[in-house]
Design a protein around this ligand. Sequence first.
Ligand SMILES: *Cc1c(COP(=O)(O)O)cnc(C)c1O
Length: 491
Amino acid sequence: MPEKLIFELSSKGRRGYTLPKCDVPEKEIAELIPPDMLRDKPAELPEVSEVDVVRHFVNLSTLNHHVDKGFYPLGSCTMKYNPKVNEDMAGLPGFAHIHPLQPESTVQGALQLMYELGQYLCEIAGMDDITLQPAAGAHGELTGLLMMRAYHEKRGNPRSKVILPDSAHGTNPASVVTAGYKTVQIRSDRRGLVDLDQLRSVMDEEVAVVMLTNPNTLGLFESDICEIAKIVHHAGALLYMDGANLNALLGIARPGDMGFDVVHFNLHKTFSTPHGGGGPGSGPLGVKKDLAKFLPVPVVRKNQNPKSKTQIEYSLDYDLPESIGKIHGFYGNFGVLVKAYTYIRMLGPKGLREVSEAAIINANYLLRRLEPYFDVPYEGCCMHEFVLSGNRQKDKGVKTLDIAKRLLDHGVHAPTVYFPLIVPEALMIEPTETESKESLDHFVEAMIKINEEVETNPDIVKTAPHTTPVGRLDEALAAKNLDVRWKPKEE
Ligand SMILES: *Cc1c(COP(=O)(O)O)cnc(C)c1O
């Protein structure tokens, strides 16, 4: 039975709370609030007991798939488990109950956390300075592009083009165009990597930036990255790293050492803060020192030599005359920063390296177990994720989309499908480090079972899912005719 709306659970006079008797003089509401701001009739709110509310939301929380419920190998999104201690820390009153307009002297702890998180991220990525303001990866990309534009402008010519590989995530070209540049696409070679000759052939004085993801969206490490950096810098351009796949590199390799000038972090991916369903993200942006003067204001600083006991240690620096300005209200999504900081402190340097090692081993284990059943477009080992093709299954009449839907009947979220665009019928699989061998094996068995069904019972795959609260939906219809408004029953 579908879960009812909370309004449908309402019963007149039912209460979910009791308040103590008022111990101050009571006043009419109209004495306190201007009459034109008062409602004519009471708001229509559901009248429910506490247990109604709790059951309603617990039931709702199990209708969708989520990381706390089952395996979620959504490639590129790094749907790792989110340790609950992160939430405890973000909920501490000293963090949760402060206001961004408080004087700096009263929020030294929050500023220290932001400063230290910035230092850790710079260390992890080999960068010199950082802003924590961007709200997510795409926002970090835009911030980085605006800073790189400012850098080129300062040298006399903002230039006009940004180079992207054909495996790039869709936010990359979107950010490029938003920042006022034209995109130039280069194709991946047979290894799935940047084709060096093609890169050389498109480099000229008008190229401002080359934007890469490393490991790329095929889950492959750009092994020529140092040569790429040389080619890019020789032409006076800058090298940007989309850091969405940083879960493969922690403690192993640093973008800054590979020659990247700018990198964004997706704290909600690599650093375990909850995402999906539009929850708050955070996309800090690390830069090499030549770009630091263009950072958005304010930048959190540590006063290295406090002159007296009264001088504050951490402060907000607005004095950056060449800053690109502000790109977020106040200082970014602070709660997400606390969670990422907690995660880094819980693991330490050794633990972070183990995260990436385990993520890579898990992905390679799945790749080796699945390759007898599905086409593998690029040979060799993968990093933290890999891409299969459902071509063989499509020839038998079952599409990748059908396989994705059928996985839901096994309690598994689908991998990312039809991305990257260069792999037909793509299935992009990222297990993350937080899965046990048992849950990886469960996924492999589900994939093998579905592959058998392609031969023996294709219709059950093509009409899946069968065990979820709703079956296969017309996705376009829901987007075009959205109707979520509650309408009271006609009396
Ligand atoms: C997730 C992702 C992005 C965008 O990041 P958001 O935080 O969702 O804005 C960009 N590039 C790649 C490769 C990604 O996986």
